[in-house]
Design a protein around this ligand. Structure first.
Ligand code: DI6
Ligand code: FE
Length: 400
């Protein structure tokens, strides 16, 4: 099927993200975009003759969006998992030079091709569950060369698979051994020049940072965000994951798109996010895998109307998760999100978290990135644990 061709998916239950479900509904796809969506009985005359494909009452949603991943990295940390099972904490392991830094060593040693090879199976697992957009961060290089190598590898993935990749520069993820105890010099001598170089090469869509006791302070991060602003790049942040550090409020002052994790965020943080129009990205995989007990401020996020997105946080240390469906299930079981909130979290609100305005809902003018599910209702997507009911994914109007 060529991208310019018109065709119609019909006899569907459609969750558009914008209103009540349509059933039986139809979607007209034209030139890779959605031209029309509505009740089958209201299909405009001009498309009556167009080729149709019935989907037998299956559920159609926008293709899913994983808005926070560290998909590109080398190696794994199963050994640290075992250490944690014996009582060591994630922060203990990081302070002892393991954690993020052990993945940094592996990632520095890998070639760009090897990083692509290692990331592809993880990407394929996401795509098999209906994902159409994946955000991928750098942050396991912590030197200029490797940060650029990671971003190039991330960008290459979208030439190898039908998916859109959004890249985030995460030079401020951890302090490498060569700068131990000297985070200020690390920011000045590595993060700032690496961001400039990556931006010049067109490798960066957004700038991220890890504000935490084991990483950077809000003040240190501010310097990086100031450069992001100068370069016209949107900001996002890992904040209040393991402790309260004020990263969320600082990010709000810099007009960031999202603050991610947020277990230790308080009501003032949520207010600041609401005023700045930010999205909250919750990462139940990391909460689960680190066996956290402090819940993100869900009630306040709802009260202040902060959009909630969900993501896998796919990374080798705190969330080796490659299932956005499982993240949805966990958001319901662990954070008590509703089914509607979970689905919005991986579609319309995930698009918001990435400043994308052409995907995440089913409406005229949006990309025809769709997921057809062998289920009767949205609740079934969240309810099963470890089962993939995807029937067909569409990327830019093409089945894949
Ligand atoms: N927060 C996370 O959950 C990941 N990075 C971050 O800043 C963990 C990264 C890792 O442990 O490798
Ligand atoms: Fe992360």
């Amino acid at each position: 099927m060529s991208a310019a061709e018109t065709h119609i998916l019909t006899q569907a239950r459609i969750w558009t993200g914008l209103g009540p479900d349509l059933s039986p509904g139809a979607i007209v796809i034209e030139g890779g975009e959605i031209a029309w969506v509505g009740h089958v009985s209201e299909l405009p005359d001009r498309w009556i003759e167009a080729p149709r494909q019935g989907v037998s009452g299956r559920l159609i949603t926008p293709a899913l969006i994983d808005c926070h991943t560290h998909l590109v990295h080398a190696g794994h940390r199963a050994r640290e998992f075992e250490m944690r099972l014996k009582g060591a904490s994630y922060a203990d392991i990081a302070r002892a030079g393991g954690g993020i830094l052990s993945t940094v060593a592996a990632t520095r040693a890998a070639s760009e091709d090897e990083l692509v090879e290692a990331a592809l199976p993880r990407l394929d697992a996401l795509l098999a569950e209906g994902v159409g957009v994946v955000e991928i961060k750098s942050g396991y290089g912590l030197d200029i060369e490797t940060e650029l190598k990671m971003l190039r590898a991330a960008g290459r993935l979208q030439t190898l698979r039908p998916v859109r990749v959004r890249t985030s520069f995460l030079g401020a993820h951890a302090i490498p051994p060569e700068y131990k105890y000297n985070s200020a010099a690390y920011i000045k001598e590595m993060v700032i020049p690496a961001l400039r170089a990556a931006h010049e090469e067109g490798l960066v869509d957004a700038v991220d940072g890890f504000v935490e006791s084991i990483a950077f302070s809000a003040n240190e991060m501010e310097e990086v965000f100031n450069l992001a602003l100068t370069l016209g790049l949107p900001a996002k942040i890992h904040a209040e994951q393991l402790s309260w550090q004020g990263g969320t409020a600082m990010a709000a002052r810099h007009g960031a798109m999202s603050a991610d994790h947020l277990e230790y965020a308080d009501e003032n943080d949520v207010k600041a996010m609401a005023e700045a129009g930010m999205t909250a990205v919750l990462l139940p995989g990391a909460f689960y895998f680190l066996r956290e007990t402090k819940l993100p401020p869900i009630k306040a996020l709802r009260e202040f109307g902060v959009p909630i997105a969900l993501a896998t946080d796919c990374n080798p240390g705190s969330s080796p998760l490659t299932s956005l469906l499982l993240a949805m299930n966990m958001s319901c079981t662990l954070f008590q999100l509703t089914v509607e909130e979970a689905l919005r979290g991986v579609t319309i609100n995930a698009a918001k978290a990435l400043n994308l305005s052409d995907c995440g809902v089913i409406a005229p003018g949006y990309r025809a990135d769709l997921a057809v599910w062998d289920v009767e209702s949205p609740a079934e997507l969240c309810y099963r644990v470890g089962f993939n009911p995807l029937h067909q994914r569409y990327f830019g109007g093409r089945p894949c």
